[in-house]
Design a protein around this ligand. Structure first.
Ligand code: JB3
Length: 212
């Protein structure tokens, strides 16, 4: 098994460790987190160091990393850590929970996590460093760009397009052929029946952008 270092030791990290335990493809050498958390044990895995040790671990031969910080709405820290880690030379696996149903025709970028019970139908494309969280449904021909978080229970119907860095809230519904732009947050439980632009915060049924 190849060595793997996780970055961020919170709730989302626990979800990913749980999936990795059922995949047994990687040897998790430890978690990197902030100074005050070094030494803590998260689902049986130790927080071994701060981010500044990433280069040292790479030099020692650890070639795989995974960003296990989640983020609800603001994923700037996820993106920063992903870019920093990639620059050092780390590779990022795609982690798919064994209970997810993923069509053979789906394309998934590096560093993306597909959570328990998700259903990803035919011809879907998902970019890098995304979170497709527990129990989501992504229907045929949908396209999700990099750094997106599709939160638990969200349903995207056919040919939906989500721009990069966007967050689709827990249990939201997006009907077929809808486009949602980049850097946009869709609030939990929304029903999206019309396109939503980039850089918006939107919520409700029907989902409407709010002036911030
Ligand atoms: O909604 C769901 C199902 N999950 C949420 C997930 C998507 O996002 C979850 O409920 C949380 O809202 C969030 O999960 P996350 O990111 O694990 O949140 P939290 O439990 O607060 O853990 C964040 C961890 O990142 C903490 O251990 C922080 O100390 C750590 N952290 C903060 N800044 C950092 C840094 N770790 C590293 N390596 N580097 C940092 O700069």
């Amino acid at each position: 098994m190849e060595d793997l270092v996780l970055i961020g030791g919170g709730g989302h990290c626990k979800s990913i460790i749980d999936s990795l335990n059922d995949i047994s493809e990687f040897n998790i050498i430890g978690i990197l987190d902030t100074k005050e958390n070094v030494g803590k044990i998260i689902n049986g895995i130790k927080i071994i160091a701060e981010d500044k040790e990433l280069e040292e671990y790479f030099k020692r031969g650890v070639k795989n990393a995974f960003v296990t910080i989640g983020g609800v709405g603001d994923n700037s820290l996820r993106i920063k850590l992903y870019q920093l880690t990639k620059k050092i030379g780390y590779q990022f696996p795609t982690i798919i929970d064994p209970t997810a149903i993923v069509s053979r025709t789906v394309k998934i970028g590096e560093g993306t996590f597909i959570g328990k019970g998700s259903i990803i139908n035919t011809n879907v494309t998902i970019g890098s460093n995304c979170i497709i969280n527990t129990g989501t449904i992504i229907e045929h021909d949908s396209k999700i760009e990099a750094n997106c978080h599709i939160a638990p229970g969200a349903t995207l119907s056919g040919a939906v397009r989500i721009g990069e860095n966007s967050h689709i809230g827990t249990n939201s519904t997006v009907i077929q052929n809808i486009s949602i732009g980049s850097n946009t947050v869709i609030g939990a439980g929304s029903v999206v029946v019309k396109d939503i632009d980039s850089n918006e915060k939107a919520f409700g049924n029907p989902c409407r952008a709010v002036k911030t």
